[in-house]
Design a protein around this ligand. Structure first.
Ligand code: ADP
Ligand code: MG
Ligand code: MG
Length: 474
């Protein structure tokens, strides 16, 4: 507290000094990102955006998020294997949302052909905010679960050391002791390694399916290098490269550039802009193959916002955990109110409710990657335009979570230091491997805290809005 006050009241010099120390610590600890100007080059790099100080997170809620993760892993896995459920839930969505429809047609195709691979690898991240009700009571509420290309498990593994150093220099030694160890990179790699072993071919590679522009490559490298340490070979390929050099053999083994692929690890392919017609062909080929897909197409679909909304309906969780009321309670406790916009009376009620009080909701399309949600008066504009027709079923409505702001300095290359009122979002990384009927790994492998200025209602680190952070348990 003492240091914090002096930092705030000084003429800015002390704080500037600390920020410089912090930026150097970030670089030295490998909290790296390629630059906007040279996003595909490692010749000049900068630091990833991060918070100068750790942000408060209530301890009991933090532990709640970690404890729930193995249950969310199982839930996602079960949904991915339930074609009837996915078909029913997504029926209205795929009529109006082309992207989900294309994913779904691949799902159907694979189902008809019969899945080739009985090894399933899930690497996901369930995200939460701490909601504060009128009486000051706090609860953990899930924002979403990312079942494809969930990122920052690599970079965030470096954050504990960065904050420990900063707090040391700032003479906040009590807080320094409270910085938690966190290494999702190792845990995600453990899942990949386990699945690779089960695939059972020493020469087969793990293929990271990567974006055209790879500013965030170091986040991948932390995971990749954990695999190399175990002598598991890794290749990185774009859709286009797989299109040109990829094929299936008679047993549907996937070969890319002459190498057999044991696992396709998607770090791309989660939004429409990632796909050309060729990429869609490639996605289908990979899904039909014997390679382990992380995620497979069913698991990808299990992470849609529409599925999330459906899970919040009474009785649905029970159907996935028929004899486990405690599991149901634990999962449901994290659900915010969510409402269907399907055609019919229930959907009509949702529209009326949103129009009456748009500020207490978020309108969400079936999109990933940040910056797609709709807030406030824009909810009215959008709903007025689509409310009478089936286009509205592309969205779901969700209660807006209202975390209590805290103050922090957000450090981005090229931006002046400024004290911000901030909101934080906590993520729990899940990793699981299923072999036929057996869950051979099911863990929470770490956490992520992202913090952003209250000015922004949406957007993650990659979108340039949030920064990496550490929880300071309170
Ligand atoms: P995406 O898949 O694009 O990341 P999210 O559901 O995570 O979609 O929404 C993006 C961002 O919008 C979140 O990181 C969070 O800041 C904000 N957000 C989403 N849902 C809510 C909500 N129910 N209440 C408050 N903020 C939300
Ligand atoms: Mg998402
Ligand atoms: Mg998100």
């Amino acid at each position: 507290i003492r240091i914090k006050l002096s930092l705030l009241t000084a003429d800015g010099q002390l704080l500037e000094d600390l920020a410089e120390v912090a930026r150097d610590a970030a670089l030295l600890h490998g909290l790296l990102m390629r630059t906007r100007d040279a996003p595909n080059s490692s010749e000049v790099v900068g630091h990833a955006p991060f918070a100068l100080f750790p942000s408060p997170v209530p301890k009991s809620l933090f532990l709640q998020a970690l404890a729930a993760q193995p249950l969310f892993n199982r839930l996602v896995d079960r949904i991915s294997r339930d074609p009837e459920f996915l078909e029913n839930v997504l029926a209205s969505t795929i009529k109006v949302d082309d992207f989900t429809a294309r994913l779904f047609s691949i799902y159907r195709h694979v189902l008809q052909e019969g899945p080739k691979q009985s090894i399933v690898l899930g690497l996901n991240r369930s995200d939460y905010m701490v909601d504060q009700d009128r009486d000051g009571g706090m609860s953990l509420k899930q924002i979403e679960i990312n079942t494809i290309a969930a990122s920052f498990g690599g970079l965030t593994s470096q954050m504990p050391d960065v904050h420990r150093h900063i707090l040391g220099v700032a003479e906040r030694l009590e807080d320094q002791k409270k910085i938690l160890d966190n290494n999702p990179a190792a845990g995600l790699a453990k899942g990949l390694a386990k699945a690779w072993e089960l695939y059972g071919s020493e020469r087969a590679v793990v293929m990271f399916l990567v974006e055209e522009i790879q500013r965030n490559i170091y986040d991948h490298r932390y995971i990749e290098n954990e695999l190399w340490k175990r002598n598991i070979p890794v290749i990185r390929r774009r859709f286009e490269e797989v299109f040109k050099t990829g094929s299936l053999d008679q047993e549907k083994r996937l070969f890319v550039g002459g190498k057999e692929v044991a696992i396709v690890y998607f770090r791309n392919g989660y939004m429409p802009q990632n796909y050309t017609e060729q990429s869609w062909e490639v996605r289908l080929m990979m899904e039909r193959s014997l390679a382990i897909k992380c995620p497979d197409i069913g698991t990808h679909l299990a992470g849609t916002k529409k599925v999330q909304q459906e899970l919040a309906r009474p009785g649905v969780l029970e159907s996935f955990f028929p004899n486990e009321p405690d599991a149901v309670d634990q999962i449901r406790a994290t659900f915010a109110g969510q409402y269907t916009l399907d055609m019919g009376e229930e959907g009509d009620r949702t529209v009326a409710m949103a129009l009456a009080e748009p500020d207490v909701f978020v309108l969400k399309p079936q999109r990933e990657g940040g910056g797609n949600n709709i807030y406030g008066s824009e909810i009215c504009q959008v709903l007025e335009a689509v409310k009478g027709g089936s286009e509205r079923t592309a969205y779901i409505l969700m209660d807006k979570i209202r975390p209590r702001p805290s103050h922090n300095y957000l450090l981005r290359p090229g931006e002046p230091l400024r004290l911000n009122a901030c909101l934080s979002e906590l993520g729990a990384f899940g990793a699981y491997v299923r072999h036929g009927k057996d869950m051979v790994m099911n863990e929470c492998v770490g956490h992520l805290l992202r913090t952003k200025s209250v000015e922004y209602s949406d957007g993650g680190v990659a979108a340039g809005v949030a920064v990496l952070d550490n929880p300071l348990l309170v």
